[in-house]
Design a protein. Sequence first.
Length: 452
Amino acid sequence: MTRLFGTNGIRGVVGEAMNADLAVKVGRAIGTFFEGGPVGLARDPRLSGPMLARAAASGLMSAGCDVIDLGMVPTPCAQYFVAKSGHLKGAIVVTASHNPREFNGLKAIDAHGMEMRREDEESIEAILFEDRFHAAAWSDVGSSRVDDTAIPRYMEAIEAKVDAEAIRKRNPMVVVDPGNGAGCVVTPYLLRSLGCRVLSLNAQPDGAFPGRLPEPTPDHLGDLMRVVSEVHADLGIAHDGDADRATFVDDKGAFVVGDKALALLARAAVKGRGGTVVTPVSTSSVVEDVVRASGGKLIRTRVGSPIVARAMFESGAVFGGEENGGVIFPEHQFCRDGAMSAAKMLELLAHEGKSLSALVAALPQYHIKKANVDVPVERREAVLAAIVELAKGRKVDSTDGVKILESDGAVLVRPSGTEPIFRVYAEAKTPARADALAEEGVSWIKKALGHR
Ligand code: MG
C-alpha cells in the first residue's frame, strides 16, 4: 500500500501533491478514524494555510467531528492545547515546518498532543486509500468554532515551568528571529514577560517568508548573528516555520552547534536529580559525556522526533531531543517545543551565571565530519544489507543503519528517511580521525553500490 505520512506528517508542494482535494480527504480519513468528537485545527502562516485548513475542516465535519479552530499558532502550542483539554480526540496541524516556501503539510496529533503512532497513521492511510470514509447524516455533521485561548494558556504554562525570577534578575538582552513563522505570535512576548530585553527580527507572520528561509540553520541566520554581536546581546534565538525547534546564537554572535546546545540543556535537566535522557544514534557523544558526568542515563533511539518522544513517554525520561534544535521537556509536554526550549536556555544562563560562549567552550570537544552519498531508493535495502556484511567483526550499533564504534570515535551510516541518499556521520577527538572514519563510511556505501 502507498504510504502517505512521512517521518513528520504529510508534506508536498502546494498545487501539486499538496492540494485542497488531499486536505479534504485527509480530514475525512482522520475524522472517520476518530469516530466523531471534537478535534483541534491549527496552522502556521504559510500562504496556503487558510485554504488547506478550511479543506481539512470540511473533511473533519463531514465525518461528524466538531472543529475547534485554534488559528495561526506554533505547532507545540496546538499540541499543548490538545494535551490539556482532556476531551479533544486530537488535532490536524497545517504546517510544512522548516521546508521551503512552496511546501505545506498536514500533521496528525493524538489525544495526548503527541505525533500519531505509526499504527494509527496506517489506519488513517487505509481509510483513505480504500475509500472507507464515514459520511455523517445531515443531523450529525460536525460544527466549527474558534477558540483563541491556546496562546495565553501555552505561554502561562511555560512561564510556570521555568525559574522566571532568576531570568528576570539577570535581565538578559535577547535577539529573537522567528523567521516570519508561527513563533512570531509567542516567543517575543514570552521573552518580554520573562523579564528579557527583547529585540526582534522577522517577527511579523508572513507566509512569503521575506526575511529568511524557515530552516534555522547557520546559512539562514546571518542577520541574527550580526545583530547579536552588534548590540552585545546575551543570546540569539531562531525558530523554524512552526516553532517546534529553537536554535541559538551565543553572546559573540556565533551559531551554537545543535549537539552542544542539546548537551547544555540535557545537563541542566539531569543536574542534581539524575534521570534518563533520550536522543537518537546520530547525536554527538558530547551529550552522552555530560549526561553521564552529571549522574544521568542515556538511551539512544532511531532518528526522528516522534520516535524520541515515544521512547521518553515509555521510559519516564526527564529530557530528550535531537541535534536539529528539536528538544522535548516532558514536564511540559511530549513533543518538541521551540518556545519552551528558548525559556529553558535563558533559565540555564541565569542559573549558571556564565556567558553562553563560555559554557559551550567548556564542553568536551569532538570533531564531526558529515557526508551524503546518492543511493536510489530501490537499492536502499540491498545497500544497507551489504554494509552490514562489510561491518562484520567490528563493534556495531544497529539501532538505525550501521554505527561502528571505535575506541577513539564512531561512524554512522544510515539511509535518509526523506531523500534518496545515505548519510554518513563520523565523530572523533581529532579532525584527521573524523575525516578518516567518514571516508571509511563513504567507501562502504560505494562498495555496496558496486556489488549488485
Ligand atoms: Mg518544525
